[in-house]
Design a protein around this ligand. Structure first.
Ligand code: XMP
Length: 572
């Protein structure tokens, strides 16, 4: 699941003012943590604060690359790219004290890009300890300009922004940073200010037609890149980053998911001791992996509560239950609360009210079940690294934002639970790898995102049992055909929507007046923007044929050919 909430300006003062309907935006955060976020909200209301960052990085031969975040939209991507090189990497703000960084055993620093100019008042600068550490430094874009500015070179305000592809030519002094990089290679530029003069003792390593100083370096292992090696538009970017972490920083590359699991098991055992843990299973990847890793560490000390709100897809309940109970042998409390949810949704047509009701009711059901378990010490949550970063940088957690939207009630205050968040240092792709290593089925690990309120927001208008069954049947066909065509993983999401439109059709000798089903299939990287997928006509034909044949209430199928923006992925 992906968290979903009404977008409100960050910060308390603004969050209080009601957004105008026009300003209202639907925003998704990464990860399927909606369920656990409800619980986090509940805990905050009951007076307990979420746990502070804990040690969860591999101890052993610890090594890390630290990215100083100057605010680029690509900062997190740099961290991901470094981790793809099997080197642990954390993103920190420029005012982070050395004492927080030292325990990670940094082997080098990367200074990110950023929207600022070194000449602005209060422009963020590299902390002195970075140069004093004598560790290698790689400045990217703004990071390079900061190095230049601080070390005695000259940065000139750019009259116009250079944005897009450029051809990089290696030249000047040879450097291990460019080992195995072709003599000329495309790179992605996105900068305003530019370097006019290098700091003393720096050499040009590469140039483009527009930037004589596209890559510079000195013999103290301080480097600057005018372009962005972290984005896919720089095809050799990964080689350059790999060269930096291995050839220049001398990293060993011990960040593997196997090591992560070994390390996490020991940490979870140590932290939990003989305590009891509860988790909320949703069928999504994050809650599945978090529950499984904890179960691997402490066995039956964890109980998973799986609330069926009745808005799940066909066979979703059985699949989730079988995976965890039968295959993994986990302790599961399964609650079929579908009637309870349906009752509360009776007559409700407004999309946001549907979400609010489901959020509230989820807490109620979870609370009822948790009470029955008796004394519990920990609540497991599938918090991921991007959520940690987001809450650290904006000061407002995803939960806080959802809270502003879903005014949910709290767990009883006697339930003073500590948070257990073993995935809080992982990116989504790493969570998937952990899931596979733990033996979770591929089908679950690669599941497309599914919204917390489930099918309720794919039924336009009131949700009823009958409509849910119709949608499940149509949706089953879409999923089935998309999987058969081997398109499932390429698509961000693919599903059916039951509209409230009826239209006339003809079947055999008589006329019908049936439902209109829409099919939606989109590609996307992060759900913030999405493009409608150009599904092959024959796949669309099979989907349409099967739906009208297999779902008697439906006599017309349309394909949604709008992108986001201006549309959203979901219809409600
Ligand atoms: P939209 O429709 O805003 O969706 O383009 C973006 C992403 O968020 C998911 N989504 C939700 N996820 N609770 C969730 O957990 C929700 O209420 C919700 N609404 C939308 C949607 O499936 C897509 O991936």
């Amino acid at each position: 699941m992906v968290i979903y909430f009404q977008y409100m300006a960050k910060g308390k003062a603004k969050a209080k003012s009601k957004p105008s309907p026009k300003a209202s935006r639907r925003v998704a955060t990464s990860g399927d943590i909606e369920v656990s976020t409800y619980l986090e909200i509940a805990k905050e209301i009951s007076g307990e604060q979420p746990a502070a960052a804990k040690e969860a990085v591999p101890s052993g031969e610890r090594e890390a690359i630290i990215v100083i975040d100057f605010g680029s939209q690509y900062s997190l991507l740099i961290a991901r790219r470094v981790r793809e090189c099997q080197v642990y990497c954390e993103l920190v703000s420029a005012d982070t004290p050395w004492e927080k960084i030292a325990p990670l055993n940094p082997k080098g620093f990367i200074l990110s890009g950023g929207p600022g100019s070194v000449y602005q008042d209060n422009a963020p600068m590299t902390p002195a300890y970075i140069y004093e550490s004598r560790l290698p430094v790689l400045g990217i874009c703004y990071g390079m300009q900061v190095i230049t500015h601080q070390m005695g070179g000259q940065v000139a305000p750019g009259a116009k922004r250079e944005y897009g592809h450029a051809l990089l030519h290696l030249g000047g002094v040879e450097s291990p940073l460019f080992t195995n990089v072709p003599q000329s290679t495309p790179v992605w530029m996105s900068h305003g200010d530019k370097i006019e003069a290098m700091p003393p003792d720096f050499n040009v390593l590469a140039y483009t037609d527009n930037s004589p100083f596209a890559a510079i370096g000195n013999d103290k292992n301080i480097f600057g890149l005018q372009f962005h090696p972290e984005v896919v538009h720089t095809p050799e970017g990964k080689t350059i980053l790999k060269n930096f972490v291995y050839r220049i920083c001398g990293c060993q590359g011990n960040w593997t998911m196997g090591n992560f699991i070994t390390d996490s098991l020991a940490k979870i055992q140590q932290e939990v001791g003989k305590g009891k843990v509860i988790s909320a299973l949703s069928g999504g990847v994050d809650s599945a992996v978090v529950s499984t890793v904890i179960h691997r560490a402490i066995g039956d000390q964890i109980t998973c509560i799986f609330v069926n709100h009745g808005m799940l897809r066909r066979e979703e309940v059985e699949r989730t239950f079988n995976t965890f109970r039968l295959n993994m042998g986990m302790n599961i409390v399964y609650v079929d609360a579908s009637e309870r949810f349906l009752e509360r949704l009776k007559g409700v047509t407004d999309p946001e009210t549907k979400r609010k009701i489901i959020g509230e009711e989820f807490i109620n059901v979870f609370e009822d079940e948790a009470k029955k378990i008796g004394k519990v010490n920990f609540l497991a949550q599938g918090t991921l690294y991007p959520d940690v970063i987001e809450s650290a940088s904006s000061g407002s957690t995803a939960a806080a934002k959802i809270k502003s939207h879903h005014n949910v009630g709290g767990l009883p205050s006697r339930m003073t639970l500590k948070l257990l968040e073993p995935l809080r240092y992982l990116f989504k792709d790493e969570v998937r790898q952990v899931g596979l290593e733990l033996g979770l089925p591929e089908e679950m690990v690669w599941r497309q995102p599914f919204p917390g309120p489930g099918l309720s927001i794919r039924i336009i208008g009131e949700v009823t049992k009958e409509k849910l069954e119709i949608l499940r049947a149509a949706d089953w066909v879409v999923m089935n055909e998309i999987k058969k065509a081997k398109l499932y993983r390429q698509l961000w999401q693919s599903f059916a929507i039951l509209t409230d439109v009826h239209s006339v059709g003809v079947m055999g000798d008589y006329r019908t007046y049936g439902y209109l089903v829409a099919v939606r299939a989109v590609t996307s990287d992060d759900a913030m923007t999405a493009d409608w997928s150009r599904l092959p006509y024959d796949v669309l034909a099979r989907i349409s044929n099967r739906i009208v044949n297999e779902v008697p209430e439906v006599n017309r199928v349309v394909y949604d050919i709008t992108s986001k923006p201006p549309s959203t992925i979901e219809w409600e």
